[in-house]
Design a protein around this ligand. Structure first.
Ligand code: FES
Length: 177
């Protein structure tokens, strides 16, 4: 009888220990789950240079672009992390309109983002995904795209062509034409 009473007296202690162990395990699991969520929320503040950042980026010798023609060029996005790898290489279409006048377009279709191709013979950009078509000045010609191609700001300095790049364009960007 005395033994039974001792057992009863010990059980609440065991229960308490198990309860506390359960709480501790749940707390650890909660912290482990919260780390990536909190990291995601604060990552934008931890890398302020990546938010809305833009910079003038050299696209090479302006004279390497032929007047009246459009060709593909690539620049490295300066606002990337080391692990971005090849995704930091941004292709764009460069059109030399006149001696000092350039147009540089984002390669992505404004419908759902497929890369558009340039056809010199017809002087049209065509999207392989749903048939979107753009004129050589980037304006929309036909198909589902809601607007013209996204256009970068450009400048020529000391014979070098620059584009203002860094952030990805969205449908809220102003029209290119
Ligand atoms: S993604 Fe280009 S037309 Fe749909």
């Amino acid at each position: 009888m005395t033994e039974k009473k001792e057992d009863d007296a010990q059980n609440p202690t065991r229960r308490n220990v198990l309860f506390k162990a359960g709480v501790a395990v749940n707390a650890v699991a909660g912290v482990l789950l919260a780390i990536p969520i909190v990291g995601y929320i604060f990552s934008a503040f931890a890398h302020p240079k990546l938010v809305g950042a833009e910079a003038w980026i050299a696209l090479g010798d302006a004279d390497s672009y032929v007047t009246g023609q459009t060709r593909l060029a690539t620049y490295r996005n300066p606002f990337t992390r080391s692990w971005d790898g090849a995704t930091a290489e941004i292709p764009c279409w460069v059109r030399r309109v006149e001696d000092q006048k350039f147009q540089v377009f984002a390669i992505n279709c404004t419908h759902l983002g497929c890369p558009v191709r340039w056809f010199q013979e017809s002087k049209l950009f065509m999207c392989p995904c749903h048939g979107g078509i753009y004129y050589e000045d980037g304006s929309r010609a036909a198909g589902p795209p809601p607007r013209g191609l996204f256009e970068y700001s450009t400048k020529v300095e000391n014979g070098t062509l620059y584009v203002k790049g860094g952030i990805l364009p969205t449908l809220s960007e102003p029209l290119s034409s």
